[in-house]
Ligand binder design. Sequence first.
Ligand code: HEM
Length: 435
Amino acid sequence: MHSVVSLSAAVVATLVIVTLRARRKSREAGFPQGPAPLPVIGNALEIDASRPWLTFTKWQATYGDLVYCNVFGQDVVVVNSEKVAEDLMDKRSRNYSGRMDMSSILDPFSGAIILGAVFDHEIDGDPENDAMLQTVVKGTDYAVRIASPDWIALTTILPFCKYIPTWLPGGALNAPNGKRIMNEMLDIPFDITEKRVDAGEIGHCVVLDAFERFRGTTKVSDFENIMKHACGTAYAAGEETTGSSLIVFTLAMVLHPHVQKRAQEEIESVVGSDRLPDFNDRPSLPYVEAIFRETARWRPIVPLAIPHSATDEDMYDGYVIPKGAVIVPNVWAMSRNEEKYPFPETFNPERFLDANGNLAEEMPNFVFGFGRRICPGRHLAKNSVWIAMAQILAFFSIEKAKDAFGQPVEPNPQWTQGVTSYPKDFPCAFVSRRA
Ligand code: HEM
């Protein structure tokens, strides 16, 4: 008994000493403040693997806008405010535009949008039998799953999990199988589109534009490979984010019928009910615009953006940012800035308007990231999400679903976990407002 107690005491004492040393080391190195790391694993156990932005936002109260932590030996610097994010990632973009060495995971997120815009592809008939759609959906689904924080954490600790055969439980994310899925996502849409380009059957789209400008020239080396990656990632990045924004919007409308009603009244007074709103109406629909902005702020769909990395060591505000550190823009914390957005948990489009109902507060552009890595699809997203919202509001009322007794069902959705965060399926009803 005695020796067990002494052994435990020795282990505890050793852990305390190593922890204190690790903390002293990071203080001496001049890193920003942060929680004390444990040996080897650093702060990994303290971070909520499924919603890390909540942990980082909690740390902001204790350590401020720039927080240092360590995850399995990797330096991580979390940026919790828009100002610091702009100072580092916009003004010193050259140093903070690297990505972690995770390109096989993240590349699928660094692309453009929707099959129509990229490939001039129309989904004809049954989506289940649309080869292009099915290939990219499968690829995107795989990419989203392997980029989730809990899968990354698990495979960092137990790398063999990536190789569990597909026929065993847990084998759905088998890496060689995933590679095949991802290759198909790159090859199949491109091959289909190339044939249509050659047959002169294709309308204006990203691929046609690139073919006209670069095919057969020396301006781009390895044209086919670059095009495949650009187009494959295009769908992944565009579809997931645009769709997620509309799901958040749907939830907000179900939960806030008075907001929806005011938007519909605005549309009716400006557009009437004989046609749908279009882009020319946008400046005359400030309340719809405010809903669009508040949706982006209320539940940012990419709560930690996509981490950057520091190319070289840097100094900021007296702190050292180590070379190679992962820089995490905590978009979630920025959206919870109470000075700018009082009662941030409340969905309140009026916060973007003045007393006369005119737009007064800018679009929360931080939801699109920073610096050289800022989302290149943001202009497209700002238009495609807005037009979808405006036309849905004009055509439908989004209401609570009713149960078997005709009683409204309160939505209480679960949220997806991963690079993007949005509500999983929840009951609601789209009721047509037009005969
Ligand atoms: C509401 C919709 C969208 C949101 C909230 C969003 C957000 C983001 C964010 C936060 C990043 C990371 C930026 C950073 O690292 O600082 C990003 C990257 C990216 N987004 Fe978007 N995005 C949206 C729509 C789109 C669309 C429609 C496209 C394509 C047409 C797109 C293409 C990309 C690409 C290619 C990157 C990677 C850029 C790079 O690594 O250099 N996004 N997006």
